[in-house]
Each structure stands twice: as C-alpha cells, then as structure tokens.
Design a protein around this ligand. Structure first.
Ligand code: SF4
Ligand code: SF4
Length: 384
C-alpha cells in the first residue's frame, strides 16, 4: 500500500513513555462525515487528474507566497540534495484490493499496471550487486504482486532490512493466508495503514468493512509475534488525517492508540507514525471537489518547518516505479517528476549504480510542502 512510504532501516526503537495524563482528544477524533468513496480509480473514471501532468498543472496554478525551492533556500538548505542511498523503495504497481479515497497512487482493483518480470529481475540484480541497507516494498498492495516474495526473499538473504507497506486486508485474501508467517520467518518489518482506531473514520476513507478486516489481520500478526515486545518482529502503524488538516502530535497519538487498540481489541503494535496527506492523486481530487485545495496547500506552505529538511525521505531513498523508472520518492513517482540528474536522460533500474544517484539534486514542487509542514512527514512518520 502506498499510502505510506519509506523508513530508515534503523533497529527497533523503544516507544517513549506515555505522559501520565491521557492525551487530549486528538484532531483525528473530530466527527467525520463519511464522504462517498470514489467509484474506481481516477484512471478508470477517465478523470482529468488521472494524468500526472494535470496534477502538476493544478498544483502549479496555486498562488503561494513562495515556491518550495525558495522556502528551502531561505532556510539556508537549498538546493535540496540527496545523500547516499540507504533505502531502495520498490513500487511494484498500482494494483490494490482497495480504492481508498485519499490514495496518492490512484491504486485499485481496476489498475493493471504491475511490475513486469524484466523490472523485477533488474531490482533483484541491484539488490545482489549492492549492499542496500533497506529494501522497502510498496504499491498498490505489494503483497498481491506475483513476485513479491521473490523480492522479499532476495533482500532478506542479502541481509537488508526489508519493509512491507501493507494495507492489512490483503493478508486475508485466500492465497495470502501463509504470507504473514513467510514475512515473520524473514524478519520483515510491516508498516500497516490504519487511519483510525474506530470503524467509522477508517471505513469512510478505505471502504466498508475494512476496519474489521484490518483488526483480523492485526490479530494474526500479533499471534505470530508481530508487535509483541521482545519478538524482534516490528509492526508499525501509519495513520493519516481523515480531513484537510495536519496530523496531531505523533507521540501523544501513539500513546492514545496504544491504549485504545489494546483495551478495545487486544491489538499490539510497536510504533505509530503520522503521515500528512500530500495533495497528489485521489487526495488531490478530494481537495478539489470539496473546495479545500487552496486553503489546504496554503496551510502546508504556512507550516513550513526547516527542521524537517534533514530527515526528508528523498534524501536517502531512491524510488523505483513499476516500469523501472527512477524517482526521488513515491510522490514524485506519481507526479512523474523525473530525477533531476544532469547529462543523459534519467537512469532506469536496468543500469542503476547507487553511487550514480547519491548526492543528486532533488526535484521539488508544491506538493513537497506536505513533507515539511509542522512536525513533517515521511514514510517513517514525523521528522521534527
Ligand atoms: S487504495 Fe488504499 S490500500 Fe491501496 S494503495 Fe491506495 S491507499 Fe493503499
Ligand atoms: S515530496 Fe518532495 S520533499 Fe517529500 S520526499 Fe518527495 S521530493 Fe522530498
């Protein structure tokens, strides 16, 4: 599932102690008026925003006080550059068993773009030739790719930290019932999307019944040791706001969720990451339809926080598209913003040398304000 994206590959951190007083109700508890879920992907509906160029144009029309690149420069950090590649993030395609309203990938059951064998083999070759610290596999629902397990096994055999970005419900599909045990045997970290710890907001964003099925999958993972202290099997949750606002404080939310998920359902997890919704894909459509686009992007821009810049995921990640194209991150991938490498055309996975893309300038745009707003957002949660 691509609602989430990338983690540093660090070893499991202990969760901070919760404050004595219970955290105040967070913004995610605001009453939610369920919006009708989109009937299929933007692509299937032939919506103009199905085209990345149309998304870029819409974002480019917004009159902001300053472009993102200027905000970075004025903070003394421009132009933004990547460091060494520590994370190979592989997006295996747009096929998913869900059609969530906020999906930046525009994924769904009606999308057929999945990574062909030649690109999977090229990824395996890169993994074999480099000591990539972290291999992070996303989608769509990555587990539903026929060669997902090949990628996991190869990366784990090479000693990489492997991340599966899961939507949870894919684990319940009949042909995937043995997958959690497969992942556990290889020590794969699972980062699972869960918008909220109650059914209403979750189902409003992800589909009727998704919450209950997510709980069933979480129980299966817990039974294998995932999320259980001392097991070494990391189960981290990622939550994104269900409205056009910034996520609340991550540490407070984590404490809140730990108590609620345990008390209500007996579910355990390691860490909770908050993720700001970026105005990309179906979330861009949602903002446009609700008339909130301009205000939301201004909120992101106004909330620019220079302290988030060192931890931006694009600084240590290279993102691989289903067709083998390379990007700075999964969001740039969905907007089809090529790597800003000087010289020849953008490299593809077939000839990737990680040293070639380390230190590159990062291609930025208006959507990047979503990563630097407030406490910041990355595939590993808040940054500052
Ligand atoms: S449709 Fe939902 S579960 Fe599937 S990739 Fe998008 S956000 Fe993730
Ligand atoms: S959206 Fe922009 S700031 Fe965020 S990770 Fe991608 S390139 Fe970096």
């Amino acid at each position: 599932m691509a609602d989430t994206c990338c983690e540093s590959g660090e070893t499991m951190e202990a969760a901070p102690a919760c404050p004595d007083a219970p955290p105040a109700s967070c913004a995610l508890e605001a009453p939610v008026v369920p919006a009708p879920l989109p009937v299929g992907s933007l692509r299937r509906r032939a919506h103009p925003l199905a085209e990345p160029a149309a998304q870029r144009a819409l974002l480019g029309e917004l009159a902001l006080p300053r472009p993102f690149a200027d905000a970075v420069s004025e903070a003394g950090a421009g132009p933004l550059r990547a460091g060494a590649v520590e994370v190979l993030q592989i997006n295996v395609g747009k096929y998913c068993n869900q059609t969530c309203s906020h999906c930046h990938v525009d994924a769904g059951p009606d999308r057929s773009e999945i990574m062909p064998d030649a690109v999977v083999d090229a990824c395996l070759d890169v993994i074999a030739r480099h000591d990539v610290p972290t291999v992070d596999i996303t989608g769509g629902a990555p587990e539903l790719h026929p060669r997902f397990r090949d990628l996991v096994a190869a990366a784990a055999d090479r000693g990489a930290h492997v991340i599966d970005r899961a939507n949870l419900t894919a684990f319940l599909m009949p042909e995937q019932r043995d997958l959690p045990a497969f992942l556990a045997a290889r020590g794969v970290e699972i980062i699972a999307s869960l918008p909220y710890y109650l059914a209403g907001p979750t189902d409003a964003q992800r589909g009727v019944g998704v919450f209950d099925r997510s709980l069933e999958a979480l129980a299966t993972l817990n039974a294998l040791g995932y999320g259980v202290e001392g097991s070494g099997l990391e189960l981290n949750l990622i939550a994104n706001p269900v409205g056009a606002f910034l996520p609340p404080d991550q540490a407070s939310m984590e404490c809140d969720w730990r108590g609620e998920l345990d008390r209500r359902y007996g579910v355990r997890f390691n860490r909770l990451y908050t993720l700001t919704n970026l105005p990309v894909g179906r979330y861009l459509e949602t903002l446009q339809d609700s008339g909130e686009l301009e205000d939301y992007v201004h909120l992101l821009a106004r909330s620019f926080n220079a302290a988030t810049l060192p931890g931006l995921m694009c600084r240590n990640t290279i993102s691989v598209g289903w067709d083998g194209a390379l990007y700075d991150c999964d969001f740039n991938q969905m907007l089809e913003i090529d790597l800003a490498l000087p010289g020849a055309g953008p490299p593809r996975i077939f000839d990737l040398e990680l040293a070639q893309v380390g230190g590159r300038p990062i291609a930025v745009g208006t959507h990047c304000f979503g990563c630097t707003a407030g406490a910041g957002a990355s595939c590993g949660g808040s940054l500052a």
